[in-house]
Design a binder for this molecule. Structure first.
Ligand code: ADP
Length: 212
């Protein structure tokens, strides 16, 4: 179902009822300098869509009802910048051993790797470290750039992207996190991190907003 877009007058009615309800149709019309009959279609739409409730002899009041409309609006407005975390970044020359320690100390599931110009060059996950650790190699001698997933194969997002877009990328690529980047002339600057935990937090905030 496509979301209903309220017009200016319907939004004005909502504001009046929110601030003054219960209020009769007559009183709303008076405040808007309109006739009751002019308002009738708008009041019908607002009532049917679940924004307003009407009681005989009492008037209209704001239902605050959890309409699917309100929830879908809310989801569409959730942006990366409102839910992202601080990125944990390491340099390409760091050894795998030190990077594993770093991952534990920072308590994260993925590290982003940057080159000498501080631009994104790779991603390291727990599985990358496990894969390297089960081989007979000296972890103190291998730099992370040897084992990382590297550009241009990195999936990323930007601050203004929606949480829905991020969730789609995480699921379709079967990964746990995305770097949030800012485009620069010479590459991508890492400005944040968004993970499945952030998405879960966004989901919970939606439940809180709608008293679910
Ligand atoms: P885990 O290893 O904990 O299961 P992921 O599922 O995120 O974590 O990582 C699986 C593989 O995908 C790893 O090889 C990792 O380097 C790679 N990877 C992780 N995040 C990204 C990303 N944003 N873009 C591209 N590759 C990624």
């Amino acid at each position: 179902m496509s979301p209903i877009e309220l017009n200016k007058r319907q939004n004005e009615i909502l504001d009046i009822v929110k601030g003054n309800g219960p209020i009769t149709g007559e009183q709303i019309a008076e405040r808007l300098h309109l006739t009751r009959s002019t308002l009738r279609p708008d009041l019908a739409i607002l009532t049917m869509a679940g924004f307003l409730d009407a009681r005989p002899r009492v008037g209209y009041f704001y239902s605050g009802k959890k309409t699917s409309q309100a929830i879908s609006d809310n989801i569409a407005q959730m942006l990366v910048k409102d839910f992202q975390s601080i990125p944990v970044v390491v340099e390409e020359s760091m050894t795998v051993y030190d990077a594993i320690c770093h991952m534990f100390l920072e308590d994260v599931g993925s590290l982003f790797v940057v080159d000498k110009n501080s631009l994104l060059s790779g991603v390291l996950s727990r599985k990358d470290f496990l894969r390297t650790s089960i081989g007979n190699q000296d972890l103190n001698k291998i730099p992370v750039h040897m084992i990382m997933t590297r550009m241009p194969n990195i999936t990323y997002c930007m601050k203004e992207d929606t949480i829905i877009d991020v969730a789609k990328k995480l699921i379709s690529r079967q990964i746990d996190s995305l770097p949030v980047i800012k485009e620069r002339k010479d590459g991508l600057e890492v400005v944040g991190r968004i993970t499945k935990t952030n998405i879960t937090r966004a989901f919970l905030s939606l439940a809180d907003d709608h008293d679910l």
